[in-house]
Design a protein around this ligand. Structure first.
Ligand SMILES: *[C@@H]1O[C@H](CO)[C@@H](O)[C@H](O)[C@H]1NC(C)=O
Ligand SMILES: *[C@@H]1O[C@H](CO)[C@@H](O)[C@H](O)[C@H]1NC(C)=O
Ligand SMILES: *[C@@H]1O[C@H](CO)[C@@H](O)[C@H](O)[C@H]1NC(C)=O
Ligand SMILES: *[C@@H]1O[C@H](CO)[C@@H](O)[C@H](O)[C@H]1NC(C)=O
Length: 413
């Protein structure tokens, strides 16, 4: 009798321990929040198949132009929205990060199901591991995940963090990055010009270890705006090395490479815009004139100050600077045709085409993904996560071992 009690106690503590480990090794960084502020964030997305720019944009319900500018892809290329991007290409997807149910996430992405879609296929393949099947199921109250109606609209919650749009008191935008099988935290840090310590701090990690499928928040230095609260694009923050389009496609802002001061100028898109001229001057938004003087250099600049009541705010400022600034440098643009996948980490596997996933037999493997509909997704496994954790946690081999041990012990008892 007492032996049994002890064994049960032991099992109970073991269970609590497994639960604890699972919660600590959570799949993505959770940022609790209480206010309604939102921020600009990025999610790192690897294309599962060849897709047009407009198709990628519609997967995330974003403006194709924003998708291009966030990746410094040249938007002046003819018919750029229909350009086909190659499978396995990695893109930064600009999303709005909000506070939902006390944690940061983006819930503005909708997905329309297609024949033979399963929640795991949508989660692991279409959205490249940014979301789990369980999260989609919870967000949409899907009672029977094996029955998805074709054409059903699903909300796809995406992981994101704001952290006050700053890192070490400097403006930053956070990228939600899905760890790939060969990645180490040090390599990810090096790839994004940050430090291992910073990544560990941001993600509240005790040890510098990550596993494939984990989602970590990577801070990217950015240029902050100081538009008034009444501005429609209040809080605009542009990551270093990229562009953003704002004011109804009228204004294009960029950040870097030399400094982290936001630079905005009229966008070259054919749209009708309100005046971008600074009052009582002939300068337009983005114009800077310099005039050397005895004390240094008189700099006149007309800067973009947001869009208030549908009108572009253009502010003239005159400063005396020690030296005249050099002509503005822009982040280098990438021609869409130069986007090829050179990453050796990816095996050249054919992926299912956007419309071509036609399989009615639930037992078949979907070509190119190795995914079995409804099977083998980490999200379908037993988890120790609570229902408001944004992500279910696959048990590690170590945890599964302990669980097996428990089962064996309880059977033996
Ligand atoms: C948020 O970031 C700004 C700078 O971007 C800083 O001045 C402010 O103190 C930060 N607020 C908090 C609560 O960290
Ligand atoms: C911004 O990006 C450029 C490369 O595009 C890099 O040389 C520079 O160091 C970056 N600035 C910061 C503050 O990270
Ligand atoms: C002012 O900006 C406009 C639009 O960017 C540009 O066409 C024009 O050449 C600029 N003028 C001066 C004086 O820099
Ligand atoms: C914007 O319009 C509202 C009314 O439509 C007005 O009350 C407000 O003063 C305007 N703001 C600016 C900055 O013009």
């Amino acid at each position: 009798m007492s032996k049994h009690t002890h064994t049960h106690q032991f099992l109970f503590y073991l269970f609590i321990f497994i639960l604890g480990v699972s919660i600590v090794s959570s799949k993505s960084t959770i940022e609790p929040c209480s206010n309604s502020d939102s921020c600009n964030a990025l999610v790192g997305y690897t294309l599962y198949t060849d897709l047009k720019v407009s198709q990628v944009a519609s997967l995330f319900q974003i403006d194709p132009i924003s998708l291009l500018t966030a990746n410094a892809i040249d938007i002046s290329y003819p018919d750029v929205e229909n350009h086909i991007l190659p499978a396995k290409l990695f893109l930064k997807i600009p999303i709005t990060c909000s506070c939902v149910d006390g944690i940061r996430k983006s819930v503005s992405t909708r997905y329309k199901t297609r024949p033979a879609d399963t929640l795991s296929l949508i989660a692991d393949s279409v959205y490249a591991g940014l979301v789990s099947a369980d999260q989609i199921r919870e967000a949409n109250s899907v009672s029977d995940p094996s029955v998805l109606d074709v054409g059903q609209i699903l909300t796809v919650p995406l992981p994101c963090t704001c952290f006050n749009s700053s890192d070490n008191n400097l403006p930053a935008v956070y990228l939600s990055y899905v760890v790939r099988p060969m990645d180490t935290l040090a390599e990810i840090a090096a790839g994004y010009s940050t430090t291992l310590t910073d990544l560990m701090n941001v993600n509240a990690m005790g040890v510098p270890s990550v596993g494939a499928g984990d989602i970590i928040a990577v801070p990217i230095p950015a240029c902050a705006s100081n538009f008034p609260k009444t501005s429609a694009d209040f809080g605009l923050t542009v990551p270093n090395g990229s562009y953003a389009i704002t004011a109804g496609h009228c204004v294009q802002c960029s950040c870097g490479p030399g400094n982290l001061r936001l630079y905005c100028q009229p966008a070259s898109l054919a749209v009708s815009c309100s005046s971008m001229q600074c009052k009582s001057s002939n300068l337009m938004v983005g114009n800077i004139t310099t005039q050397p003087s005895g004390g240094g250099c008189n700099v006149n600049s007309c800067t973009y100050g947001g869009i208030v009541n549908g009108s572009i705010v253009a502010t003239l400022s005159t400063t005396l600077q020690p030296r005249c600034p050099a002509p503005h440098q822009f982040p280098p643009l990438i021609a869409p045709t130069a986007l090829t996948v050179r990453d050796p980490l990816f095996a050249p596997a054919p992926a299912p085409s956007l419309e071509g996933v036609i399989s009615t037999n639930p037992g078949t493997v979907i070509p190119g993904t190795g995914l079995r509909p409804g099977g083998m997704s980490p999200a379908n496994g037993p988890t120790g996560s609570t229902s408001d954790a944004p992500s279910p946690i696959p048990l590690s081999r170590y945890q599964s071992g302990i669980l097996l041990l428990c089962v064996v012990i309880s059977w033996w008892v």
